[in-house]
Design a protein around this ligand. Sequence first.
Ligand code: BG6
Length: 309
Amino acid sequence: MGHSAAIWDYKAAMEISKDWNGIDHVLLRNPQGASARISLHGGQVISWKNDQGEELLFTSSKAIFKPPKAMRGGVPICFPQFGNAGSLEQHGFARNKLWAVDDDPPPLPPNDSVGKSLVDLLLKPSEEDLKFWPHRVSLAASGNLILISRVRNINGKPFSFSFAYHTYLSVSDISEVRIEGLETLDYLDNLHQRERFTEQGDALTFETEVDRIYLNSPNAIAVLDHERKRTYVIRKEGLPDIVVWNPWEKKSKSMVDFGDEEYKQMVCVDGAVIEKPITLKPGEEWTGRLEISAVPSSFCSENLENTGL
Ligand code: BG6
C-alpha cells in the first residue's frame, strides 16, 4: 500500500461502523494492508485478512449475524464456562453479550501497544457478575492477530472460570491439514464424556469428527494447510490447553447455522484453560494471550525449529 510503518497513524487505523443490527464493528488495518474486524457483539473477531486480502478465519455461509447468539465463525470467546460442563449456557455468556470500547484500559506492556493497530474492549460488570474484563484485539505490523484478555475479580468472593478463544481457522481441505505440537499429549475426549486418552507420536490429522481438549500443550503449535501451503502458528501464554474441533459430516448436518460440507473448510484450534479452571481471589487478575501468524509453509518449517517445536 506504500505506507511506511514510521508514518502510519495507528490511531487513525481504527474505524468504527455499524452493522445492519445497529451493532458497532471495529476495523483494524496495518500499513501493509492486513485487517481485522471485531464485532462488539461478543467482542468477537469476525474477520482477519492478510496483506493480500485473503480471509484467514472461517465464517459459515449459513452464519446468523443476529444477537443474542454468537455467529458461527471468527473467534468467539468462551467464558466463564467451556462447553456445557457447568450451570451456564453452552460456552458461557460472554460471546452473547454486548461489549463496549474501553477508552481507559488498564495499561499493558509497551510491546503489546507500540506499532500495533488495536482496540480495547470491555465486558461491563453487571450486578450478578462483578468482574472487570478488559480485552484487547490488535493487529501487528507483521499482520499477526493478537488477543489479550484480562479478568479481574472485583467481587468479595473467589471466582473460578474456564476460558477459550474458539478460533475458526480457514483451511482449503481438512483432509490435507496437520497439527504439529500435540504429539504424545494427554487429551480429554468430548466425544467420550471427557475421558482421558494419550495422543500417539504422529501429528494430528483428520478423518472423522474430532472434539478434544489437549492438556498442558507447548506454547507454540502449528496448523499446516498442505494444499494452500499455509501454516498458522499459534503462540499462547496463560492458556495451557488446546481444543481441537471439527464436526465432520454428521454433526455438520445437525447445525442450522453451518453448511453440510463446510467442515472441510475449517478447523477450530482454541488456546484455552479448561482442565484446571482459574480461581481468582478478590482483587486478583489473570491474563491470557494468543498470537496467530499465517505464514507460507516453506518459511515455517525452517523457523519452527527455532521456536522449540
Ligand atoms: C467446541 C466444542 O469447542 O465447540 C464442541 O468442543 C461444540 O463440543 C463446538 O460442538 C461448537 O459449539 P457451539 O456452542 O458454538 O455450537
